[in-house]
Ligand binder design. Structure first.
Ligand SMILES: Cc1cc2nc3c(=O)[nH]c(=O)nc-3n(C[C@H](O)[C@H](O)[C@H](O)COP(=O)(O)OP(=O)(O)OC[C@H]3O[C@@H](n4cnc5c(N)ncnc54)[C@H](O)[C@@H]3O)c2cc1C
Length: 473
């Protein structure tokens, strides 16, 4: 039987694996992981991602060993390494999962040509999204370059059912005496962080626990950062320890439970909307190559600032606006920030400080375990009012109103801002004063606001309107 290489990238599981199933259609599968220079560089910039990756690879190798196989790990340039493994094993084909960021997609295209020139069948599959871009695009009447707006995309997406790929038991692995290098270890990326149990079985269990508990209250969780009960699946989805397809399918199945209450079903629908948002940004990047250039042509000449005296305060979670600071400190402490607070903290950077969204994206990439070039760019562009959000004006969040609405009793703020852990008032301007008034707290004072939100937001809108007036054809 022919040998077919499956190259794992960010799809570190055996279940519901399109690529693996597709490789198995060609022959006996040889599971391979190649760590090249750019992957090493990316992981070295993000200790938490490096730790997650190493732990997930270890778990994947263990699952393969249970099946009588093992991961062949190599370090070096991807093309040359795969060609040499193919020569040594007699493999006739290589399959892997497509990337969506601009350098990744060009790298995939170049790799495909290189392997085909070497006489190998090279196949890319859309494993990352629940619904491949071509499927949502198929019914478009305009020649199809994907969707630029989320609402019509979601209308289409929600009608579809994700494919199921056969259970790994049906995949036959090739017997091979090829040597493998050592599995990646966090230390090689300059960190001693530990990834914990991030196996695909842990990810699936997390999904099931969520769908049977907090997921039924998701509509509330999405608005109450203190409860911390959104799914926390983003890093698993990012590394593919759970398939987005599985998450979508299981949520659809759960929503058909006749014993659910109306609010519970609505919560699951909202959760599906979040999963659709992820697919939306992937297809946007696939068709529009979204990167450093704003998606909105009209905004390409708009200049955000490259620096601001309060930039370091934003980075450190010391802006004096408690909700913004709590979010940033949560990110530093855990590698994750509540979805809505991300929007508020990002809006503060772009509008209150007028800073370039790319600065925020780079900053968070160092801390977020779920950092994903495409999803982060799509969201940052959306927040900055230069991306896929079709609102006429940028959506500037008022960090104080947001705090009053999303954290009315200060539970979230108290949890993440030590200086305010005993405070009873959280008004941005009063927060530090309230604390100073209490002699009990001798620690560092919580800062006064670094800018006046109302003044800065209006100044930004004026600049924005002037820019649009000048550039109007
Ligand atoms: C400025 C900014 C940057 C972001 N950067 C990233 C990033 O690098 N990686 C990332 O995965 N998410 C990013 N998000 C989206 C979102 O904040 C996270 O996916 C979410 O906080 C993850 O928590 P959760 O898994 O509990 O989400 P849940 O609320 O439980 O949602 C379930 C899943 O849906 C997807 N999802 C939810 N919201 C979004 C969204 N707005 N865009 C795309 N997918 C979404 C995620 O995969 C998430 O795991 C960003 C949002 C903003 C505003």
């Amino acid at each position: 039987m022919p040998v077919s290489i499956y190259r794992f990238t960010r799809d570190l599981r055996l279940d519901d694996q399109w690529g693996l199933t597709s490789a198995a259609d060609v022959g006996e599968v040889l599971p391979v992981l190649v760590i090249d220079h750019s992957a090493t560089q990316r992981l070295s910039r993000s200790p938490r991602r490096a730790a997650f990756f190493c732990a997930a690879v270890r778990a994947l190798d263990a699952s393969l060993r249970e099946r009588g196989s093992r991961l062949i790990v190599r370090r070096g340039p991807v093309g040359g390494t795969l060609r040499s493994i193919a020569r040594a094993s007699g493999a006739v084909a290589v399959t892997w999962s497509a990337r969506y960021d601009v350098p990744g997609a060009s790298g995939d295209a170049a790799l495909q040509s290189e392997l085909e020139e070497a006489g190998l069948r090279a196949t890319l599959v859309h494993d990352a999204p629940a619904i491949p871009p071509e499927e949502t695009n198929a019914t478009r009447s305009d020649g199809g370059d994907g969707y630029r707006a989320f609402v019509p995309y979601f209308e289409r997406w929600r009608e579809l059912t994700p494919h199921v790929y056969e259970a790994p038991l049906l995949v036959r692995f090739a017997a091979s005496d090829l040597q493998s290098e050592a599995l990646p270890r966090a230390q090689e990326f300059g960190t001693t962080e530990c990834g914990g149990d991030v196996s695909s079985s842990a990810a699936s269990a997390q999904l099931e626990t969520f769908l049977n508990g907090p997921g039924l209250q998701y509509a509330i969780a999405a608005n109450v950062p203190a409860d911390d009960s959104t799914s926390h699946l983003s890093a698993h989805l990012s590394f593919g320890t759970v398939a987005a397809r599985t998450a979508m399918r299981r949520t659809q199945e759960r929503a058909r439970d006749p014993f659910l209450l109306v609010e519970e079903r609505a919560s699951l629908r909202l959760f599906l909307r979040s999963l659709a948002m992820r697919d939306f940004f992937l297809q946007l990047a696939w068709y529009h190559r979204v990167d450093d250039e704003p998606l909105q042509e009209k905004m390409r000449g708009f200049r955000f600032a490259k620096s601001h005296p309060a930039l370091d305060a934003w980075r450190a979670g010391e802006t004096g606006y408690p909700l913004v600071d709590a979010g940033i400190r949560q990110l530093h402490a855990t590698g994750w920030m509540h979805p809505h607070i991300r929007a508020v903290a990002a809006s503060f950077l772009c509008f209150d400080l007028g800073m370039d969204w790319r600065v925020g994206r780079e900053e968070w990439a160092r801390y977020a375990t779920d950092d994903d070039a495409v999803i982060s760019t799509g969201n940052w562009q959306w927040i900055a009012g230069v991306g896929a959000d079709m609102a006429q004006y940028p959506r500037i969040y008022n960090p104080e109103k947001q705090r009053r609405h999303f954290d009315p009793h200060g539970a979230y703020v108290r949890q993440w801002i030590e200086e305010l852990s005993h405070a009873t008032t959280f008004e941005a301007s009063k927060a530090s004063r309230a604390q100073i008034e209490l002699p009990l707290f001798a620690g560092p004072a919580y800062p006064l606001p670094v800018v006046d939100h109302d003044v800065e937001a209006r100044a930004f809108l004026t600049r924005y309107r002037e820019f649009l007036a000048k550039t109007k054809p």
